[in-house]
Design a protein around this ligand. Sequence first.
Ligand SMILES: [Zn+2]
Length: 125
Amino acid sequence: MSRTPDEWIGKTDDTPIPQRVRLRVFNRAGGRCHICGRKIAAGEYWECDHVIALCNDGENREDNLSPACCNCCRPKTARDVSEKSKVNKKRLKHLGIRPRHRRPMPGSRESGIRKRMDGTVERWD
Ligand SMILES: [Zn+2]
């Protein structure tokens, strides 16, 4: 009698993927890299890649894992990170949160200094 094993779900995003789960992920994908579709050779280095990266709200669970060969897992990680910073930037812009200029124009709103009509200078924030 065979039973289907329960799907593995990491307790936290940092929970390492157990060996048996790596094996299941590998077998489910037919031993192919999910990015380039190339067959991963025996003994070749490969990673359990999160299809939706954890930093992009992907989950640390078996469903979200696929094998990626060593050629693919690195560029994808870089892409995931840049995607995240792009999304973040848009979000910040949308919410009107802007970084302060490092060298604000003197006398501008961002300089933090205000000169009154009578000539007195005061700080404000
Ligand atoms: Zn690949």
